[in-house]
Design a protein around this ligand. Sequence first.
Ligand SMILES: NC(=O)c1ccc[n+]([C@@H]2O[C@H](COP(=O)([O-])OP(=O)(O)OC[C@H]3O[C@@H](n4cnc5c(N)ncnc54)[C@H](O)[C@@H]3O)[C@@H](O)[C@H]2O)c1
Length: 248
Amino acid sequence: MKLRDKVCIVTGATSGMGEAIAKCFSCEGAFLVLSGRNLESGKALEAELSNAIFVPGDVTDPSYNKKLVQTAMENYGKLDILSLNAGILGLGNVQELPIDTWRHTMDTNLSAIFYLCKYALPYLQKQPKGNILVNASIAAFKSFPNHPAYCASKAASVALMKQMAVDYAPNIRVNAICPGPVDTPLLWESAKAFENPRTAVENAKRTTLLKRLGTPEDISKLVLFLVSDDSSWITGTTVTIDGGIINT
Ligand SMILES: NC(=O)c1ccc[n+]([C@@H]2O[C@H](COP(=O)([O-])OP(=O)(O)OC[C@H]3O[C@@H](n4cnc5c(N)ncnc54)[C@H](O)[C@@H]3O)[C@@H](O)[C@H]2O)c1
């Protein structure tokens, strides 16, 4: 039990990696506040896991982030860990991309991290050890066609992570993971930026050095390492988890 009695907020918990992270944290003894937009899957996950409270809402709304923190404090009396997974793609090249989509992508992938950290930090600071883990992407370092808002927002989320690591050390560790192609609904959505989406996913799989897509469980194991004491000398850094595709 690596997270026994730790109180964690997990965003994007109703799908993909966030859902796998919530399940992994629950198995490791954590108390959870689950954030997501899908009421049905959020309620189902809440029922499946012990010690989990689902709070539906939109992470681009600052007051919703405040509510996530309040839910943790009112129900569990403390807050130890943030796992920030909510993300969208906002596809289209710069000429095509509607300004609203640009703004919504930056709000979801970047500003929402700022909002939740802003409200959570006073409580994380009260704990002997706090932990913030941003789910960025290899798109922070590598460009993909028709993903301008995604690449820019993910690069900025890494910069924000590094900056917070400076301000909040030594009690709070802040890190980011940079996944490559992981088999979730978002990956298939991302493939729509290519002429033949199925071929694009197959190509991504073949291009990885390890010849497979990542699974949400591959990711949750790394996240568990980074938020637990096993990584107690790691802060302000990114860990790439991509089957080696960044080297190709
Ligand atoms: N799948 C990949 O290949 C891949 C690769 C690198 C990084 N990522 C990142 O991993 C994270 C998780 O994505 P995933 O692949 O599991 O996809 P996913 O689509 O399964 O999950 C994304 C989650 O974010 C939530 N979300 C999106 N906008 C929201 C909003 N405004 N308010 C509340 N919740 C919102 C969705 O409801 C969903 O639960 C994302 O940040 C994504 O950018 C994914």
